[in-house]
Design a protein around this ligand. Structure first.
Ligand SMILES: [Zn+2]
Length: 141
């Protein structure tokens, strides 16, 4: 009888462990949060505050001075959020304002020993190419 209870207990423990494992695995991965999301939320909140502010001003709850001051603060905050959005956009964009430095293009090397027409190489500078007969450009220094 005791053995039956032990087995039952083991099965129960096993089942619980199984359920917990499966649950942990089945949990959906947290969705990747857009880098703009918190900024979008802040922007929306500021817009809402501006609307509220305008409403309160219209119904006479706010003095002219308070209204102007709060509005200015909100607009400054909004500008800050916009600037942050722009900054992140630039960082994400492959064609941002700050492109990665390009490797310098190799400068054509003027080699007096190489024919510019056919590419033949010679041990000494020649006036005319021994291969194609065209004039070799010799850099006068
Ligand atoms: Zn040549």
């Amino acid at each position: 009888m005791i053995i039956v209870i032990v087995i039952a207990a083991l099965i129960a423990v096993g089942a619980i462990a199984f359920i917990l494992t499966v649950r942990a695995k089945d949990l959906p991965e947290p969705e990747p949060v857009s880098p703009f999301q918190h900024l979008d939320e802040r922007k929306a909140a500021i817009y809402e505050n501006l609307r509220d502010l305008q409403f309160e001003y219209r119904v006479g709850k706010l003095s002219d001075n308070d209204y102007q001051q709060t509005k200015k603060d909100l607009q400054r905050e909004l500008a800050g959020v916009m600037a942050e959005v722009d900054r992140i956009k630039l960082q994400l964009s492959p064609n941002g304002a700050v492109p990665p430095p390009r490797p310098a293009e190799p400068k054509p090397v003027v080699d007096p020993l190489t024919c510019p027409h056919c590419g033949a190489k010679f041990a000494q500078a020649l006036k005319f190419c021994g291969e194609c007969g065209k004039a070799m450009k010799v850099a006068h220094s």
